[in-house]
Design a protein around this ligand. Sequence first.
Ligand code: BJ8
Length: 432
Amino acid sequence: MADYREMWKSLDMDLEKHDKLCEVLPQFYEEIYLSQKNRPQGMNYFNFVVSEVHGLRIKELLESRKNNRKVIGSFCVYVPDEVINAADAISVGLCGGSDFWHPDGEKVLPRNTCPLVKASIGAKISATCPYFQSCDLLVGETTCDGKKKAWEILSEYTPIHVMDLPQMKREKDNLHWQDEIKIFIDKIENLTGNKINEENLAEGIKLINEKRRVLKRLYEFRKFDKLPISGKDVLLISQIAFYDDPKRFIEKTNELCDELEKRVQNGISVFEENTPRILITGTPMAIPNWKLHHIIESSGGAVVCEETCTGTRYFENLVDENGKTLAKQIKALSDRYLNINCACFTPNKGRIDDILRLYKEYNADGIVYFTLPFCTTYATEFKKVKDALDKKGIPVIMIETDYGLQDAGQIKTRLEAFFEMLETNKKVAVTK
Ligand code: BJ8
């Protein structure tokens, strides 16, 4: 990476602390990612993006800001990126995925707060994340209690707009979400000085749909018996989708998919035959949280799909592109976004339906239910999900874990036993 110290200084970053953060990432990445065998060539672009995560992309953001484009940070897949793009602003996902930020987060939050919230707040107040430092506005949302209260604290450090997300999916909730999108449009117009109209919103919708399509295309390769790409590589790509330039991301991911197509034709797999296929469901995995995928894929399993916000919840369902008036486009946005099934909603049967459908579609052998500690909504929803899976005889294991590696050995042992059981099930099914 080139020398970006002057740039970071201009962003009021704590350089000494930031050096410590940068020290750990390369070795961590080497161990988890670069050591994989037989990776697709197309992953080189994503390796490069990671190597420049605090460099080149930040430089691009700052250059855009010099040209009067605004940078807007968000923390949830309910925030409509289409609106941000329509106003020629840039959207970046800011959820924290490293425990490096926890000590700073704990200065203002209770220790027993979800690691994702703690890391996100810690990243801001420690002044070690150049994305936070480059944002003109942050957008929060009323999802879980931890996030809701965290926005109040974050607002002491930086401007934040909070979208009031309903917690149910009735007609009146849809109307309410449409109102919230309108308020968001006003906010973004005031910030950027750019009026949002039918034309630029249609372009924003098209662009973000295109990003969803390419992610869907990538996921399709995970339905094959012979998997041409590892689960952790796909996770990385999904994480990068939140902050890379969308047009470049679409182009590079399509290039990778072309290569995967050839791999499928040639029967190339990155896993041994009969490796248990795992569907992960649960809380999102913000970069650089690669822990669970890494443990699974180094313990004899292959991750074939994620029913998470860094997985299918991010890209499934397109926004209808046929709306010709602003009102219709806003309705289409509201319809698409309220189709996301986050555990913050009640009831949330749609998520159970999704898990059952994805399990089938991706031909999974078992499910790993992942929750971050202190995430009450996802932990509580486990009962409903497990009941539904038990009825269908689908094996599931619950893993609750944070970003630290202290419990990695214990998780590995549990997963190895789970995979062994899945393999036995498979053999029994074959001999029947
Ligand atoms: S749509 S999952 S991105 S809210 S893990 S902070 S829920 S205590 S991240 Fe989320 Fe939007 Fe829902 Fe997705 Fe709270 Fe749970 Fe922490 Fe969470």
